[in-house]
Design a protein around this ligand. Structure first.
Ligand code: 13P
Ligand code: SF4
Length: 309
Protein backbone atom coordinates (compact mmCIF):
# COMPACT_ATOMS: atom_id res chain seq x y z
CA UNK A 1 0.00 0.00 0.00
CA UNK A 2 1.39 3.50 -0.85
CA UNK A 3 2.25 6.04 1.86
CA UNK A 4 -1.07 7.18 3.33
CA UNK A 5 -2.00 10.75 4.28
CA UNK A 6 -3.86 11.60 7.51
CA UNK A 7 -7.36 11.20 6.00
CA UNK A 8 -6.48 7.86 4.44
CA UNK A 9 -5.07 6.64 7.74
CA UNK A 10 -8.25 7.74 9.51
CA UNK A 11 -10.30 5.72 7.02
CA UNK A 12 -8.07 2.64 7.44
CA UNK A 13 -8.42 2.93 11.21
CA UNK A 14 -12.23 3.10 11.03
CA UNK A 15 -12.31 0.17 8.61
CA UNK A 16 -10.23 -1.93 11.00
CA UNK A 17 -12.46 -1.05 13.98
CA UNK A 18 -15.66 -1.93 12.13
CA UNK A 19 -14.52 -5.06 10.27
CA UNK A 20 -14.83 -3.37 6.87
CA UNK A 21 -13.20 -4.26 3.56
CA UNK A 22 -12.90 -1.32 1.16
CA UNK A 23 -13.36 -2.15 -2.54
CA UNK A 24 -12.68 0.52 -5.17
CA UNK A 25 -13.32 0.41 -8.89
CA UNK A 26 -10.45 1.36 -11.21
CA UNK A 27 -12.19 4.68 -12.06
CA UNK A 28 -12.27 5.94 -8.49
CA UNK A 29 -10.37 9.04 -7.36
CA UNK A 30 -6.68 8.29 -6.74
CA UNK A 31 -6.83 9.00 -2.99
CA UNK A 32 -9.76 6.59 -2.62
CA UNK A 33 -8.02 3.88 -4.67
CA UNK A 34 -4.90 4.21 -2.53
CA UNK A 35 -6.86 3.78 0.71
CA UNK A 36 -8.78 0.71 -0.52
CA UNK A 37 -8.01 -2.91 0.31
CA UNK A 38 -8.68 -3.95 -3.28
CA UNK A 39 -9.05 -2.15 -6.58
CA UNK A 40 -10.26 -3.84 -9.73
CA UNK A 41 -12.68 -4.13 -12.64
CA UNK A 42 -16.30 -5.18 -12.20
CA UNK A 43 -15.57 -8.91 -12.45
CA UNK A 44 -12.66 -8.86 -10.01
CA UNK A 45 -14.59 -6.81 -7.45
CA UNK A 46 -17.57 -9.18 -7.66
CA UNK A 47 -15.30 -12.14 -7.03
CA UNK A 48 -13.66 -10.43 -4.06
CA UNK A 49 -17.04 -9.41 -2.61
CA UNK A 50 -18.14 -13.05 -2.72
CA UNK A 51 -14.99 -14.45 -1.10
CA UNK A 52 -13.81 -11.79 1.35
CA UNK A 53 -14.37 -12.62 5.04
CA UNK A 54 -15.15 -9.10 6.42
CA UNK A 55 -18.65 -8.44 7.72
CA UNK A 56 -19.01 -5.08 5.99
CA UNK A 57 -18.14 -4.03 2.42
CA UNK A 58 -17.60 -0.34 1.71
CA UNK A 59 -18.11 -0.20 -2.05
CA UNK A 60 -16.47 2.71 -3.81
CA UNK A 61 -17.96 2.49 -7.28
CA UNK A 62 -21.47 2.84 -8.69
CA UNK A 63 -24.77 1.41 -7.50
CA UNK A 64 -24.99 -1.73 -9.68
CA UNK A 65 -21.57 -2.82 -8.41
CA UNK A 66 -22.62 -2.56 -4.75
CA UNK A 67 -25.87 -4.32 -5.58
CA UNK A 68 -23.96 -7.16 -7.24
CA UNK A 69 -21.83 -7.48 -4.11
CA UNK A 70 -25.01 -7.80 -2.02
CA UNK A 71 -26.54 -10.34 -4.43
CA UNK A 72 -23.47 -12.50 -3.89
CA UNK A 73 -23.06 -11.89 -0.16
CA UNK A 74 -26.42 -11.08 1.47
CA UNK A 75 -25.12 -11.99 4.90
CA UNK A 76 -22.84 -8.96 4.72
CA UNK A 77 -23.64 -5.27 5.07
CA UNK A 78 -22.87 -3.48 1.81
CA UNK A 79 -22.39 0.28 2.07
CA UNK A 80 -21.85 3.06 -0.45
CA UNK A 81 -20.30 6.36 0.61
CA UNK A 82 -22.75 8.17 -1.71
CA UNK A 83 -25.72 6.16 -2.91
CA UNK A 84 -26.51 8.69 -5.63
CA UNK A 85 -23.58 7.25 -7.64
CA UNK A 86 -25.47 5.39 -10.36
CA UNK A 87 -24.70 4.28 -13.90
CA UNK A 88 -26.83 6.08 -16.51
CA UNK A 89 -26.32 3.19 -18.94
CA UNK A 90 -27.70 0.69 -16.40
CA UNK A 91 -30.81 2.89 -16.13
CA UNK A 92 -31.42 2.73 -19.89
CA UNK A 93 -33.08 -0.69 -19.68
CA UNK A 94 -36.35 -1.18 -17.81
CA UNK A 95 -38.00 -4.41 -16.69
CA UNK A 96 -41.10 -3.47 -18.67
CA UNK A 97 -39.07 -2.89 -21.84
CA UNK A 98 -37.03 -6.07 -21.43
CA UNK A 99 -40.15 -8.19 -20.84
CA UNK A 100 -41.69 -6.75 -23.99
CA UNK A 101 -38.59 -7.68 -26.00
CA UNK A 102 -38.58 -11.18 -24.49
CA UNK A 103 -42.21 -11.58 -25.50
CA UNK A 104 -41.27 -10.67 -29.08
CA UNK A 105 -38.46 -13.25 -29.04
CA UNK A 106 -39.66 -16.10 -26.80
CA UNK A 107 -36.89 -18.40 -28.06
CA UNK A 108 -34.08 -16.00 -27.08
CA UNK A 109 -31.89 -16.16 -23.98
CA UNK A 110 -30.96 -12.93 -22.21
CA UNK A 111 -27.34 -11.97 -21.59
CA UNK A 112 -27.04 -8.84 -19.44
CA UNK A 113 -23.94 -6.77 -18.96
CA UNK A 114 -23.29 -6.50 -15.22
CA UNK A 115 -24.01 -2.76 -15.61
CA UNK A 116 -27.71 -3.39 -14.92
CA UNK A 117 -30.02 -3.19 -11.90
CA UNK A 118 -30.84 -6.27 -9.81
CA UNK A 119 -34.35 -6.22 -11.28
CA UNK A 120 -32.91 -6.64 -14.77
CA UNK A 121 -30.48 -9.35 -13.61
CA UNK A 122 -33.49 -11.23 -12.24
CA UNK A 123 -34.93 -11.28 -15.78
CA UNK A 124 -31.65 -12.56 -17.22
CA UNK A 125 -30.16 -15.96 -18.01
CA UNK A 126 -26.55 -14.97 -17.54
CA UNK A 127 -24.59 -11.81 -16.74
CA UNK A 128 -21.23 -10.83 -18.19
CA UNK A 129 -18.67 -8.10 -17.73
CA UNK A 130 -16.39 -6.43 -20.24
CA UNK A 131 -13.73 -8.95 -19.20
CA UNK A 132 -15.70 -12.09 -20.13
CA UNK A 133 -18.58 -11.06 -22.45
CA UNK A 134 -17.15 -12.89 -25.48
CA UNK A 135 -16.57 -16.14 -23.54
CA UNK A 136 -20.04 -16.02 -21.98
CA UNK A 137 -21.76 -15.60 -25.34
CA UNK A 138 -19.61 -18.35 -26.85
CA UNK A 139 -21.04 -20.81 -24.33
CA UNK A 140 -24.31 -20.79 -26.29
CA UNK A 141 -24.80 -22.72 -29.53
CA UNK A 142 -24.11 -20.60 -32.58
CA UNK A 143 -27.75 -20.53 -33.71
CA UNK A 144 -29.10 -19.50 -30.26
CA UNK A 145 -30.93 -16.15 -30.36
CA UNK A 146 -29.49 -13.83 -27.71
CA UNK A 147 -30.99 -10.61 -26.35
CA UNK A 148 -28.06 -8.52 -25.12
CA UNK A 149 -28.68 -5.59 -22.72
CA UNK A 150 -28.03 -2.72 -22.27
CA UNK A 151 -24.86 -1.65 -24.10
CA UNK A 152 -25.18 -1.56 -27.90
CA UNK A 153 -21.43 -1.01 -28.34
CA UNK A 154 -20.34 -3.98 -26.23
CA UNK A 155 -23.12 -6.05 -27.81
CA UNK A 156 -21.97 -5.12 -31.31
CA UNK A 157 -18.37 -5.96 -30.40
CA UNK A 158 -19.33 -9.36 -28.99
CA UNK A 159 -21.59 -10.15 -31.94
CA UNK A 160 -18.75 -9.44 -34.36
CA UNK A 161 -16.13 -11.30 -32.31
CA UNK A 162 -18.30 -14.38 -32.11
CA UNK A 163 -19.79 -14.21 -35.64
CA UNK A 164 -23.34 -13.75 -34.29
CA UNK A 165 -24.50 -10.56 -35.95
CA UNK A 166 -27.59 -12.39 -37.24
CA UNK A 167 -28.62 -13.93 -33.92
CA UNK A 168 -27.90 -11.21 -31.33
CA UNK A 169 -30.60 -8.64 -30.60
CA UNK A 170 -29.03 -5.54 -29.10
CA UNK A 171 -30.66 -3.19 -26.62
CA UNK A 172 -29.82 0.36 -27.67
CA UNK A 173 -28.17 1.65 -24.49
CA UNK A 174 -24.78 3.31 -24.23
CA UNK A 175 -22.27 4.75 -21.79
CA UNK A 176 -22.00 8.49 -22.35
CA UNK A 177 -18.31 8.44 -21.38
CA UNK A 178 -17.19 5.75 -23.85
CA UNK A 179 -19.67 6.49 -26.62
CA UNK A 180 -18.14 9.95 -26.85
CA UNK A 181 -14.72 8.77 -28.15
CA UNK A 182 -14.15 9.46 -31.84
CA UNK A 183 -11.74 7.70 -34.18
CA UNK A 184 -10.80 10.98 -35.90
CA UNK A 185 -9.72 12.59 -32.61
CA UNK A 186 -7.72 9.50 -31.69
CA UNK A 187 -6.02 9.44 -35.09
CA UNK A 188 -4.89 13.02 -34.46
CA UNK A 189 -3.33 11.94 -31.15
CA UNK A 190 -1.65 9.02 -32.90
CA UNK A 191 -0.23 11.27 -35.59
CA UNK A 192 1.41 13.35 -32.87
CA UNK A 193 2.74 10.23 -31.09
CA UNK A 194 3.98 7.79 -33.73
CA UNK A 195 4.17 4.26 -32.36
CA UNK A 196 1.57 4.85 -29.65
CA UNK A 197 -0.57 1.81 -28.85
CA UNK A 198 -4.36 2.27 -28.55
CA UNK A 199 -6.12 0.41 -25.72
CA UNK A 200 -9.92 0.67 -25.92
CA UNK A 201 -12.75 -0.39 -23.62
CA UNK A 202 -15.47 -2.35 -25.48
CA UNK A 203 -18.11 0.21 -24.45
CA UNK A 204 -16.54 2.44 -27.13
CA UNK A 205 -18.04 2.77 -30.61
CA UNK A 206 -17.18 0.39 -33.42
CA UNK A 207 -15.15 3.10 -35.21
CA UNK A 208 -12.84 3.26 -32.17
CA UNK A 209 -12.64 -0.51 -31.57
CA UNK A 210 -11.76 -1.02 -35.23
CA UNK A 211 -8.58 1.05 -34.88
CA UNK A 212 -7.61 -0.26 -31.42
CA UNK A 213 -4.55 -2.46 -30.83
CA UNK A 214 -6.28 -4.11 -27.87
CA UNK A 215 -9.91 -4.13 -26.72
CA UNK A 216 -10.21 -5.08 -23.06
CA UNK A 217 -11.66 -4.34 -19.61
CA UNK A 218 -10.16 -1.76 -17.26
CA UNK A 219 -8.02 -4.38 -15.51
CA UNK A 220 -7.01 -5.83 -18.87
CA UNK A 221 -5.63 -2.38 -19.68
CA UNK A 222 -3.70 -2.35 -16.42
CA UNK A 223 -1.99 -5.62 -17.37
CA UNK A 224 -1.43 -5.07 -21.08
CA UNK A 225 1.53 -2.61 -21.02
CA UNK A 226 3.59 -5.12 -18.99
CA UNK A 227 3.93 -7.36 -22.02
CA UNK A 228 4.20 -4.65 -24.67
CA UNK A 229 7.43 -2.93 -25.61
CA UNK A 230 5.72 0.33 -26.63
CA UNK A 231 6.44 3.35 -24.46
CA UNK A 232 3.31 5.39 -25.28
CA UNK A 233 -0.31 4.27 -24.93
CA UNK A 234 -3.54 6.05 -25.82
CA UNK A 235 -6.22 5.03 -23.36
CA UNK A 236 -9.86 4.95 -24.50
CA UNK A 237 -11.66 4.60 -21.19
CA UNK A 238 -12.54 6.75 -18.18
CA UNK A 239 -9.55 8.90 -17.22
CA UNK A 240 -9.49 7.50 -13.66
CA UNK A 241 -7.53 4.56 -15.05
CA UNK A 242 -4.58 6.75 -15.95
CA UNK A 243 -3.62 7.15 -12.31
CA UNK A 244 -3.01 3.44 -11.78
CA UNK A 245 -1.36 3.06 -15.18
CA UNK A 246 1.07 5.85 -14.29
CA UNK A 247 1.88 4.27 -10.93
CA UNK A 248 2.33 0.78 -12.37
CA UNK A 249 4.45 1.89 -15.34
CA UNK A 250 6.34 5.06 -14.40
CA UNK A 251 8.58 4.75 -17.47
CA UNK A 252 5.69 4.66 -19.97
CA UNK A 253 3.48 7.49 -21.15
CA UNK A 254 -0.33 7.29 -21.05
CA UNK A 255 -2.51 9.71 -22.99
CA UNK A 256 -6.30 9.93 -22.54
CA UNK A 257 -8.19 9.34 -25.80
CA UNK A 258 -10.30 12.32 -24.74
CA UNK A 259 -10.02 14.68 -21.79
CA UNK A 260 -13.83 14.68 -21.64
CA UNK A 261 -13.85 11.03 -20.56
CA UNK A 262 -14.87 11.52 -16.95
CA UNK A 263 -17.69 9.57 -15.28
CA UNK A 264 -19.23 12.06 -12.81
CA UNK A 265 -20.94 9.24 -10.93
CA UNK A 266 -17.64 7.50 -10.24
CA UNK A 267 -16.27 10.77 -8.86
CA UNK A 268 -19.14 11.24 -6.38
CA UNK A 269 -17.26 9.05 -3.92
CA UNK A 270 -14.67 10.98 -1.94
CA UNK A 271 -12.35 10.10 0.92
CA UNK A 272 -14.32 12.46 3.18
CA UNK A 273 -17.59 10.65 2.40
CA UNK A 274 -15.93 7.28 3.08
CA UNK A 275 -14.79 8.54 6.48
CA UNK A 276 -18.21 10.00 7.27
CA UNK A 277 -19.91 6.68 6.38
CA UNK A 278 -17.78 4.68 8.81
CA UNK A 279 -17.44 7.55 11.32
CA UNK A 280 -19.97 10.28 12.18
CA UNK A 281 -22.77 8.75 10.11
CA UNK A 282 -22.37 5.20 11.46
CA UNK A 283 -25.50 5.51 13.62
CA UNK A 284 -27.48 6.27 10.44
CA UNK A 285 -25.65 3.69 8.38
CA UNK A 286 -28.93 2.52 6.85
CA UNK A 287 -28.71 5.66 4.67
CA UNK A 288 -25.65 4.09 3.05
CA UNK A 289 -26.81 0.51 2.91
CA UNK A 290 -27.48 -1.21 -0.43
CA UNK A 291 -29.65 -4.32 -0.49
CA UNK A 292 -32.04 -6.19 -2.75
CA UNK A 293 -35.36 -7.87 -1.92
CA UNK A 294 -34.86 -11.61 -1.40
CA UNK A 295 -37.20 -12.65 -4.22
CA UNK A 296 -35.29 -10.60 -6.80
CA UNK A 297 -31.90 -11.41 -5.28
CA UNK A 298 -32.34 -15.16 -5.61
CA UNK A 299 -33.29 -14.84 -9.26
CA UNK A 300 -30.48 -12.38 -10.00
CA UNK A 301 -27.98 -14.60 -8.17
CA UNK A 302 -28.31 -17.38 -10.74
CA UNK A 303 -27.31 -15.03 -13.55
CA UNK A 304 -24.44 -13.53 -11.54
CA UNK A 305 -23.12 -16.91 -10.41
CA UNK A 306 -23.00 -18.11 -14.01
CA UNK A 307 -20.94 -14.99 -14.76
CA UNK A 308 -18.28 -15.57 -12.11
CA UNK A 309 -18.10 -19.35 -12.48
P1 13P B 1 -14.89 -2.74 -16.15
O1 13P B 1 -15.68 -3.93 -15.78
O2 13P B 1 -14.04 -2.92 -17.37
O3 13P B 1 -14.11 -2.24 -14.98
O4 13P B 1 -15.91 -1.57 -16.58
C1 13P B 1 -16.91 -1.09 -15.75
C2 13P B 1 -17.50 0.14 -16.26
O5 13P B 1 -18.35 0.74 -15.65
C3 13P B 1 -17.01 0.62 -17.54
O6 13P B 1 -17.51 1.85 -17.81
FE1 SF4 C 1 -21.65 3.64 -16.23
FE2 SF4 C 1 -20.09 4.60 -18.14
FE3 SF4 C 1 -19.80 5.49 -15.66
FE4 SF4 C 1 -19.06 2.98 -16.33
S1 SF4 C 1 -18.17 4.91 -17.05
S2 SF4 C 1 -20.22 3.60 -14.52
S3 SF4 C 1 -20.65 2.46 -17.83
S4 SF4 C 1 -21.62 5.75 -16.98
Amino acid sequence: MPHLNALQQELRQLAAERDVVILAHNYQRPDVQDAADFTGDSLELSRIAAADPHQVILFCGVHFMAETAYILAPQKTVLMPDKRAGCPMADMVTVHGLRALKAQHPDAVVVAYVNTSADIKAETDVCCTSANAVQIVERFPKDQKIIFVPDRNLGDYVARQTGREETMILWQGWCHVHDDFRAAEIEELRAAEPGAVLMAHPESRREVLDIADIVTSTSGMLRYPAGNAATTFIVATETGLLYRLGTLYPDKKFIPASRRAVCPNMKLTTLEKCIATLGDEWDDVLDHEVSVGEHVRVKALQAVERMIE
